[in-house]
Design a protein around this ligand. Sequence first.
Ligand code: ARG
Length: 459
Amino acid sequence: MAKMWAGRTSGETSKIADDFNSSISFDKKMFKQDVCGSIAHASMLAYKGIITKSEGELIIDGLTQILSDIESGDLVISNDAEDIHMFIESVLTERIGDVGKKLHTARSRNDQVALDLRLYMREQSNLVVEKLKTLIEVIIEKAEENQDAIMPGYTHLQRAQPITFAHHLLAYAMMFIRDVSRVNDAVLRMNYSPLGSCAMSGTTYPTDRDFVAKKLGFDGVTMNSIDGVSDRDYCIELLSSFSTIMMHLSRFSEEIILWQSWEFKFIELDDAFSTGSSIMPQKKNPDMAELVRGKTGRVYGDLMAILTTLKGIPLAYNKDMQEDKECIFDGVETVIKCLDVFAPMIKTLKPLKENMYKACAKGFINATDLADYLAKKGMPFRSAYKIVGTIVADCIKKGVTLDEYSLEDYKTYSDVFESDLYQEISMETCIKKRISKGSTGYESVKEQLNYVKDFLKQN
Ligand code: ARG
């Protein structure tokens, strides 16, 4: 096929070079953004008198028709074209004749692709934010129902202190709230139009870049034409936010996998989100969570790919930059898929409260509370800590829990111990007495629930 850019060269490249050079197989996703960007550009050209009003109308009508034909399936995007920009421009010229060739006045593919990608990623990022909010909603629903479910909290994956399942779930809500703000923040910085930077140095035509920016919902225009066509910081920022989302989902997945195991059995995943084994009839596997954990590596890879692609290229546009798309598309699609499966998986899982509670009996998770009991009666905390440590060692030797240890035995360590200690170290008291802000205490968890609900209302 004759190249639009034939002139300086014959435009006759080998098939191998064409295939290697072509980006249409992946940039065709941006057809809508390409058409909308071109419509805004054409209306600016007409309003500034760079093309006539009727030429502008012809171009805009032609582009509008192309968009609806692609959407309806009447126009199939051909993989023979070099990229989506060339495809749409060539169809336009085929359909409306020579006037179509005026569309590219005061524009280059360099600023065109920079524009399309920002428009596309703005839409996708907003979708990610919506999906994050859906997940947060599911988490608060689950947390609300499980405010009384006492389970061990862990450090070093060793039983540490009693917490509620609601408190644990809300920790994830806080992470996803930060993720929402990270993505929104990246979008704020990205939301400036590069169109009009042209190839790299601007243009001699009397364009109105702000007009185009406003039409396309940008907050303004990029202020330096070289930067306008070279900047892909937003791809890095977005992929970095997506990587953080994946890291959060992956940690959550790891816990789901542990909790679903017979060793923990804190939850039962719904059959709809579990799989079986082809040989072991007893199996119920947490494949969804494992896949999310696995896909995290892919998104990190996407971030590394774009960082590495950009690190050595001189200003301004270089063809290396065509490599920005596959990684950012893969990154955003992976995050969306993972969020899509995660929300219903969490919504349908059943917490096994009794098992959680039973797990609290082992591991001396009320030892801190026993030390606090002594300290509150006037003993310095360090001394109390030491005594309780020694008592725990003795309990282990005797094969009993702190609740089963006799008052007589307690008194051999300190006269401060009285029979009220048993009430003080019950799991319920441990939770109830946590009064610090953000703690696992019932009141604090309610406050956290309200905080997350308010966030959803305001965002
Ligand atoms: N397909 C190209 C890309 O994605 C479009 C820009 C081409 N610009 C150029 N000067 N060859 O980067």
